[in-house]
Design a binder for this molecule. Structure first.
Ligand SMILES: [Zn+2]
Length: 76
């Protein structure tokens, strides 16, 4: 068996082990995605707004002060 052929086989084995380890590591560490923000629906216009932007009033969510006021004005 020639030296070059032996080197090629060795390189192939090393590459195989390397790619196998990479694949195993990729499976163990899945890419972490940030959790989707909790959404609320505006009681006035029905648009969906994330929790940190929603205005909570008496258990109802609004997309802005304007819609909160509109809703309260219509309320008997
Ligand atoms: Zn709205």
């Amino acid at each position: 068996m020639g030296t070059i052929l032996r080197l090629l086989i060795l390189a192939g084995i090393v590459w195989f082990i390397y790619s196998f380890i990479r694949r195993t590591l990729a499976q163990q560490q899945p890419p972490q995605q940030p959790p989707a923000p909790l959404m609320h629906q505006c009681a006035e216009c029905g648009v969906h707004i994330p929790q940190h932007e929603a205005i909570l009033f008496e258990g109802l969510y609004f997309c802005g002060e304007t819609h909160k006021n509109n809703y309260l004005q219509r309320k008997p």
